[in-house]
Design a protein around this ligand. Structure first.
Ligand SMILES: C[C@@H]1N[C@@H](C(=O)NCc2ccccc2)[C@H](O)[C@@H]1O
Length: 449
């Protein structure tokens, strides 16, 4: 291996309580909220189809003009407790909020820049209200932080001169101060979700990314950081030059999921996929007709898909400039919540079952359990759900609530579950009871008389 100073700090998965909790949540609510929510993708009467949080660049708006949106930010409908209730009802176990997005506007009264919530008509500390409200609902809160900062004069995309180095050093100190401020002033925050770390300026300063991780973990033992923060000695990101995952979980799946057959490597580490409801809108956009809008069922399948591969699923919501949610987002929360009310136990605390993916849907398993869950999305014309078990395993029964399905052994380690359900209006959960094949034989021992 290549000797590294700023590479992965450990190998293997963290087994501490904080990480076990993060991993067991499985389902999180992403919230993108900032000044971009005010124009919502429309500027001077023109609708821009790019992601609404990029409107500043897609509409080529001068920084001074964009930054003056701060004086309009006054979300009258903002009610953190209502947001938290909606997330609770949806079945989310954690929430990740943009403390500062690429625009540089800070949702908290930071000491390190005036470009923050305290200088808006709203004035109140949105982060504190959200952390308190979500924590009160038993939902953990994580902070999204964009290192890329369009507002800050010392930000640099690359380091091409001694002046760049001096300025960027000031910038890194600013970012480090903000991170320490966030970790100190919001003590219940469990993880940091770094973004905006792909530019050469960061890749040339891998040392800072390790220092940021170490600082956060010293201020708050157990703190979790995503791989996207990290660059090693050679500017390698996410995985270091020895191919070791940096940070505590892989955060490379954005608007895409790992393939359940080809990408099984992800089952060896912690990872999270984040997802937009439209094709590519994180911030509030007034016009959702500009792209495909994912249905509740599409998103529910992604949650099951991520869980089945031992990963977390972070579903994005983009509140508008008044602090309200779109009807599509409210409907999605309600639909997924209804399914989770009944079937949450096959998502929460569950992960990769270790069995081969089948066409009808996904397997999940609660760590160490003898039960394996089948979440059926596609009923085959044959009505036969194939199950290939791994190792010394026998399937004893297949049940959905009170209903039992016939289990037919068709070959070594292969079964058909006879799926007699007629119409399917939602994904069907079938729980398989398994036992060791060797022991199971005993299960059928003749009685001794
Ligand atoms: C999690 C997402 N990451 C941000 C993103 O896609 N940034 C990519 C990007 C940012 C700036 C110029 C080009 C591309 C999005 O705005 C979301 O925050």
């Amino acid at each position: 291996p290549v000797p590294l100073r700023y590479g992965a700090q450990y190998t293997g998965m963290r087994t501490d309580e904080a990480m076990q909790q993060w991993r067991s949540h499985r389902f999180g609510q992403f919230i993108h909220w900032g000044l971009y929510a005010i124009p919502g993708g429309v500027w001077n009467g023109k609708t821009y189809n790019y992601a609404a949080e990029f409107l500043k660049s897609s509409a080529r708006i001068p920084t001074a003009t964009w930054d003056s949106l701060m004086y309009q930010f006054n979300p009258r409908e903002f009610d953190a407790r209502a947001w938290a209730k909606m997330a609770k009802q949806m079945g989310a176990r954690y929430m990740t909020i943009t403390t500062k997005h690429h625009e540089g506007f800070c949702l908290w009264p930071t000491k390190f820049t005036d470009f923050n919530i305290s200088n808006t008509p709203f004035r109140r500390d949105i982060l504190k209200e959200l952390v308190d409200a979500y924590n009160a609902e038993g939902i953990d809160v994580n902070f999204y932080y964009s290192v890329l900062d369009w507002h800050h004069p010392d930000w640099r995309y690359d380091i091409k001169s001694p002046e760049d180095s001096v300025a960027f050093r000031r910038f890194l100190d600013f970012a480090g101060n903000q991170l320490k401020e966030l970790a100190t002033n919001y003590p219940t925050v469990k993880a940091f979700w770094f973004d905006g770390t792909w530019d050469s300026s960061i890749k040339k300063n891998g040392w800072w990314t390790l220092e940021a991780e170490q600082m956060l973990k010293s201020v708050r033992p157990g703190m979790i950081v995503n791989s996207r923060l990290r660059a090693d000695d050679f500017g390698k990101r996410h995985f270091d030059s020895n191919n070791q995952l940096m940070g505590d979980y892989e955060s490379g799946y954005e608007r895409r999921l790992p393939n359940p057959v080809k990408d099984l490597q992800v089952t060896k580490w912690d990872w999270e996929a984040c997802m937009t409801v439209p094709e590519n809108q994180w911030g509030y956009h007034r016009d959702w007709t500009v792209s495909h809008v994912k249905s509740p069922l599409e998103l529910l399948e992604m949650l099951v898909h991520a869980t089945s591969m031992g990963g977390n699923f972070l579903l994005n919501f983009g509140p508008d400039g008044n602090g309200g949610f779109r009807n599509e987002e409210r409907h999605i929360a309600q639909f997924i919540g209804k399914w989770m009310e009944k079937n949450g136990p096959v998502i929460w605390d569950c992960g990769y079952a270790g069995w081969e993916k089948q066409d009808w849907g996904y397997f999940t398993r609660k760590n160490g359990s003898a039960h394996v869950n089948m979440i059926v999305f596609n009923k085959p014309v044959s009505g036969l759900l194939k199950v290939k078990v791994k190792g010394d395993v026998k399937i004893l029964s297949a049940k959905a609530g009170g209903k039992a399905y016939r289990v037919e052994e068709i070959a070594k380690n292969e079964y058909f579950i006879h799926f007699t359900d007629r119409k399917m209006t939602e994904p069907r959960v079938i729980v398989l009871e398994t036992a060791k094949a060797s022991e199971a034989a005993d299960k059928y021992q003749d009685a001794r008389t």
